[in-house]
Design a protein around this ligand. Sequence first.
Ligand SMILES: [Zn+2]
Length: 191
Amino acid sequence: MLTDRPPARPALLQEFRRSDQLDTLDLPLDDRFTAPARMIESAMAGEDRKAVRLACMEFLQKASEFYNVRTPPVRVLAARPIQVREGGWGMELFGDYDPRTKVIRVWLRTAILKHVTSFGTFFSTLCHEFCHHLDFELFGFHDSWHTRGFYERAAVLYHHARGTPRKKLFWVPMRGGRWRINWARTNRASV
Ligand SMILES: [Zn+2]
């Protein structure tokens, strides 16, 4: 995972920095997120795309209610579309989010490898795309960058909903103000 390049415009740069520093999310004390996450997992195991979509809708509804934002529509596609917006959002291998329509798309198969996305990857994509939604709807950012804070927030949501322990993410600075995750260190620290 790699963070986006910081924007040049000062007003956006300020938001980018806020996003970078905001490394947590409020979470419910009950199981309202974990129950729909389990529904998605069993629907995927049954290879029932309609059931997967309903479970995703349930998760997004519960999460949107909790964060007091509009519920984003979701499309669960059988395979990754050929045309996927890359641009500044080039890391969206398993899903995407359209800031204009608020639509989240997630797909069950990757286009090139044709293999089935694992539940972990699928669900972390759903959390990732929902965090793009939160950037606009909850935090009021004018763009949704992949900052260190963004990845932390997505991870907080994912681990909470799956009931798995949160990993501390270790970052390595790159050129141009970007960061990449040091997976070796991150994985070592979590065991
Ligand atoms: Zn993204």
